[in-house]
Write a protein that binds this ligand. Sequence first.
Ligand code: COA
Length: 261
Amino acid sequence: MSYQPETLLVDIQDRIATVTINRAEKLNAINSRVLDDLRQVFEALHEDDSVGGVVVTGTGTRAFAAGADIAELNNLRIKSGERASAKGQAVMSLIESTGKPVIAAIEGYALGGGCELALACHLRVASRTARLGLPELGLGLMPGYGGTQRLPRLIGKGRALEMILDGNPVDAERALDMGLVNKVVEEGKAVRTSREWLQLIMKKAPIAIRLAIQSVHAAYPNRAQGFQDEARLFGQLCGTDDAREGTAAFLEKRKPGFHNR
Ligand code: COA
């Protein structure tokens, strides 16, 4: 691959690309640069016939990705918030429509935007230490990378609202029970299991894999409006004092004080 991403490691072996978010010091939080790098890498992988499948993961065993970068979220206002959400959504949709199977290999936290990245992948393998959640409401925000659209489709509206409103991460066994992840493996084994699973899947004809994924997505029509609504509402929240307070409180390591309305 000619493109050299700043925030990702890309390793291609046996026709499988492993894309690793490499910001361990920030628990692999997804900043704007990570989104740009993911876009460039997935555009290249889409075109690359020598790659038949992709694993997405994070450096280390502490986190797959602990969310969108809260320092960046703190600076957003209504319009910039809507644009940031639309940008994240576009990258997640690109991953979802890559045309080859993409598996999220989850060790540790997959929170907020990190959970939404996992949701955009076709399959999810979690280690026993994995914790998946959407804690954005605790920041005065809401999921903005397609999570309000993909989560209810995957696990049903009731459970999606449970995760979004209560914000408590679920452990790997509960995630398996809910259908939020497909397999649970021992700590440190998520990438290896994902690669082995891809090797089995990739024995099928690539064109059949691609068209089957496309056909499954066709079962969920009229998606555009939901994504647009999510971006607009996310932007609206970015314009509130509560979003500023919630994100500042996280960065200052204190509890937020929200308005009572
Ligand atoms: N954005 C930016 N920085 C983040 C981050 C995020 N989403 N998640 C973690 N970090 C940073 C922390 O600020 C800290 O940086 P510092 O060492 O410069 O202070 C570093 O990563 C380690 O995180 P820390 O909170 O100290 O680790 P912990 O083990 O005490 O807690 C979590 C781990 C995942 C529970 C906690 O980091 C967390 O709640 N993160 C935010 C989750 C979230 O709300 N995500 C949704 C955003 S869309």
